[in-house]
Design a protein around this ligand. Sequence first.
Ligand code: ASP
Length: 609
Amino acid sequence: MCGALRASDAGKKAVLMGWVNRRRDLGSIIFIDLRDRTGVTQVVFNRENSAAHDKAEQLRNEFVIAVIGTVKLRDKDTVNKNIATGEVELIVEELRILNDSKQLPFLPGDTVLPNEEMRLKYRYIDLRRDAMQFNIETRHKVSKAIRDYLSSQGFFEIETPFMTRSTPEGARDYLVPSRVQPGSFYALPQSPQMFKQILMISGFDKYFQIVRCFRDEDFRADRQAEFTQIDLEMTYPRVETVWGVVEGFLTAAFKAAGVDIKTPFPRMSYDEAIRKYGNDKPDMRLPAMVDIREALTPEELEELTTKFRMRKEFPVQLIRIPHAGDISGTERRTIGTYGAYNHVQGPAFVQLMTDPKRFAKDYAALSEKVAAFAKVEADDLWLLAGAANKPENAAVMDQDVQHFCEKCGFLRLDLAQKYASKHKAFEKIGDVAKDYRFLWVSDFPMFDWEKEEKAWMPAHHPFTTLHEEDFAKLEANIDSARDPKSPLGEIRALAYDVVLNGTELGSGSIRIHRQDVQRKIFQALGMSDEEAKARFGFFLEALEYGTPPHGGIALGLDRIVMILTGAESLREVIPFPKTARAVDLMVDAPSPATEKQLKELGLLIKKAT
Ligand code: ASP
């Protein structure tokens, strides 16, 4: 291979095959950098060997050649320390041109990349680039480490069908029309959810699969219509059992890419994440927000909230970005307008105190107390965010507090992004300074109120089970699927996410294993018995035949590889990705079907209006 030869090989005969990466013709001598997946070797054609030398004159970029020659040590001053084969060169005796190449739209060795459209159209050339070879190799190593680890823990890798029925994971399905049953469609799986649960019913005990999933979502930056999950399921787990397995395979996966991570990961409830980070996927590289009310006496709280027109029933959040305090007055004033430009009706309107210096001047004791409580350092950027006073003092609902905290969370991340360069500990994911902060977030709400649907929907998916203590609440509110004020919103699920540096890597849950409970969840979701039977009849039936308790999780492989390679987008780590509009530019898909195909499928295309 082109990356194999070393100084110790000097004097040996060698055969190399590969692409012409670069050609330098000095007349009497021609140098070729010959490239394959493993590296580059300098190959030399001397005029003394006129047959080979003359042929070498025809060589152009990306021709595919075979050479036979003798390995020779390079002169001291021509040693290339940047490549592994840099101490040697191959003096060619015989050249065979295995294939030529048309002039290329861009070269694998180009330092300036063409636009992404071009790279995707000519993906086979793009993939020859070192960076892409590295990304795909890392992907292989990571997948293999995960496979090996899970196999060693007694998991079986089992395939599940692609042509199947709809599996709800919150997106639209891709449908495949059936020819033999015109008018009927398969759905491509949004996840193997029901199949993996059926495998638990079937006695396989521990299942995993590195599997493609398909989700038709409206335009969302950096999502792929088809993507790869590390999907697993096991019987009789506690939440912590699943977490242990994930920590195990992530340790192996990161190690395969040369990174050591610490386990167990810290854990946090959804409620705590929202209160302290305003976000269900907190970036732990930044300090949490601190509700400073606890540090104050009732009089001090009154004084502070009156002065800044904040509501004292809401958290007063101190947001701090370490080492970013030296921003200009203009920048500070821009932050001050945050509450205004992010105005929303209701108490989520954020009221800010953005000038700690002035605050300290006017309220020295108060300012000192607050800063000490939140462990503010002298060079930190910090401010206070409270909920704006409203004339009518409406009852404070949990949801309002949540919205308010979420707004503060956005502000926290926004400030971190803007002033990140001033904050050494906060690097963008993928940056050189690797600070991997994993986290488990658990106890998510069971149901989310969907404004568009005007109904409670599963926050995870409808097969997720709930906390035992919340069962009475479910029963008491089972027919309130369309009531936005229903206490259904307070029910906690045995669901969890694994989060890394503010990115969700995966989600899972302990599942419902009893048919009566599953029916109740469908009922709470406003689904009639008939509808439940039509959509999930086979599954409800399977649950009746001795289903053991089970649970699992799925993590995005593409995202993990993206983080490990430091790539800027998922498209950099997927060999043949699609654009944001789900188009494959290389093969030009999707594309219209022929009249004959449509006829066979019994389909008629309505002209777009
Ligand atoms: N089906 C997954 C699980 O709960 C979640 C997902 O696909 O996002 O295991």
